[in-house]
Structure formats: C-alpha cells, structure tokens
Design a binder for this molecule. Structure first.
Ligand code: HPA
Length: 289
C-alpha cells in the first residue's frame, strides 16, 4: 500500500462514529477531558492511573504518526481521579496528512464525549523575554496556514459537528487560562510560566531569520508546527481549549547569531521540563472537577 494513501482521505461522520464506538466497546472510560501530548511531553502519560492504551495502528481507520520522538498511542486513564483520554503523539501537516486527517482524533474525542481539550506543544521562543524551558499558556494563535486558506474545516461542512463559520474569539478559553495561571502560581511555577500568542507554520523546515522577524512583527511570542488545527476543529465541535507551549529553543532573530536550531535540542528541553508540565496539567485537571 502507498504509505501516503490514508494521509489524505478524509473520514466520514459514520467512519468517525465507528472509531468512537470501537474505542467505547474496548474501554470502560467515558472521559470528558482530552489531552494532546506534544513533542517530548509524552511522559504525561506516566501520571495516568490505570491506563488503557490503544496503539494508533490498532484503531481501525486511525492515522499513524511517523515522527521520531513521537510515540503513537491513544491512552485512556485517570488523572487526578478524573477520566481522561490522551494522545501520546500527534499528527502533523508536514508528515503529509491533510488538515482534516490531522484533526481526526479531535472529532473522535468529541464523539467520545470530550468537552475540554488540553493541547501541549514544543515551540520556539520569539518574545525576547522568554527563556528556553519557559512554559507559555496560549492566549491566542496566528495560523499562517488558515490565513492562506489551508484549514481543517475546508470542504463541505459536517453540521453534526458544528457550524460552517465558527467564531475563533476566546478559542483559548479565558476561564481555563485563568485557572491554569492560578494553578501555576500555587505550584510556585510563576517564574517560568508566561502567556502569549502562538504562531503556527507548516514546517518541517525551521523558520528563516527573516520569517522569525516577520512573525515577531505580527504579534507572535512563540512559533511551532501544530496545535492550531486541533484547536480549530475542537472549537468547531464545541469544546473548550487550553493551550500550553514549552519553549524548547530561542528563535534566531539576528544574522549575527550563529546558533542553529535542531530537533534534538527540542527533544532534550522537552525531557527536562516535562515533569513540571505533567505537574501543572495534573493539578489543573483536578480543578476542573
Ligand atoms: N520553530 C518551529 N517549530 C518548533 C520550534 C521552532 O523554533 N521549536 C519547536 N518547535
């Protein structure tokens, strides 16, 4: 089979429903909270009690992740006593998937009953006050792909998920952001927790210095290659979202800076700070009760 074959073929409502029913038949969990574990943040799964793991390749019709450092499992379990479903590894546009395919798990989560989505990612820091290892709570996003017409909702609208023209105001829910900030203050994390705007690029090449300066000028504090598509699909089907970026590298804004960003650096920082993000998400989820 051509390995790209299922990367473009959008699933119908009935197929998505079939995936959700398959999962419900094989798990006792009925989660209202979904979590996407981004690059290097897959350890969050270790905090789950009584996990029930479905490797992506065992779920009928489900896409399969192809990136080094990204495991591919859908994991149900208890986090702070709450039922959750976590994506350990996500799908990226740069892997060749259509954005509709990238967001397939979000629609499945919706059909499973998920109402709140916590999305994490690794990102490059553009804001000069950000340090490597900082955690940024997303206040808003700039989707360069959406602005250019590449959107997970492009194509005929499935009314059973949501309306044709969904509003993106408050897409990173104000109350959830406040709750995350309160949680980080209580944990004494405020010295490394920031808030800002996440810009999404297609990747997989990292940005040029000129592109990073452009992103800075249009109001981005951090840049990455994920998250916004999932959030658009989640908002479309009525979920509330919280976004968390781990700043794994500083964007190279000057031609005099001879540093080079690389994927291993991103993974290394992810490993170092992932415990704190795990703690933040665990305490945050406890407050959602
Ligand atoms: N750019 C884009 N995506 C990223 C980066 C970056 O600098 N760091 C981690 N993901």
């Amino acid at each position: 089979m051509n390995p790209n074959e299922n990367k473009q073929s959008n699933l119908t409502y009935e197929e998505l429903k079939m995936i959700a029913e398959y999962l419900q038949k094989n798990t006792k969990y009925r989660p209202a909270i979904g979590v996407i574990c981004g690059t290097g943040l897959g350890d969050l799964i270790n905090a789950l009690q009584d996990p029930n793991t479905f490797p992506y390749e065992t779920i009928p019709k489900f896409p399969v992740s192809t990136v080094k450092g990204h495991s591919g499992n859908l994991v149900f379990g208890l986090l702070s006593g709450q039922q959750v479903v976590c994506m350990q590894g996500r799908f990226h546009y740069y892997e060749g998937y259509s954005l509709n395919m990238v967001t397939t798990p979000i629609r499945v989560m919706h059909l499973l009953g998920v109402k709140t989505l916590i999305v994490t990612n690794a990102a490059g820091g553009i804001n000069s006050s950000f340090k490597v290892g900082d955690v940024m709570i997303l206040k808003d996003h700039i989707s360069l792909l959406s602005l250019a017409g590449e959107n997970p909702l492009r194509g005929s609208n499935e009314e059973r998920f949501g309306e044709r023209f969904p509003s993106m105001n408050n897409c990173y829910n104000k109350e959830l952001r406040q709750l995350a900030k309160n949680t980080s203050n209580e944990l004494n994390f405020s010295s490394f927790v920031q808030e800002g705007v996440y810009a999404c690029v297609g990747g997989p090449s990292f940005e040029t210095t000129a592109e990073l300066n452009y992103l800075h000028r249009i109001g981005a504090d951090a840049v990455g290659m994920s998250t916004v598509h999932e959030v658009i699909a989640a908002i479309h089907c009525g979920m509330k979202c919280l976004g968390i970026s781990l700043i794994t590298n500083a964007a190279i804004m000057s031609y005099d800076d001879d540093n080079v960003v690389c994927h291993n650096e991103v993974l290394e920082v992810g490993k170092k700070r992932s415990k704190d993000i795990e703690t933040l998400v665990t305490h945050f989820v406890q407050k959602l009760k």
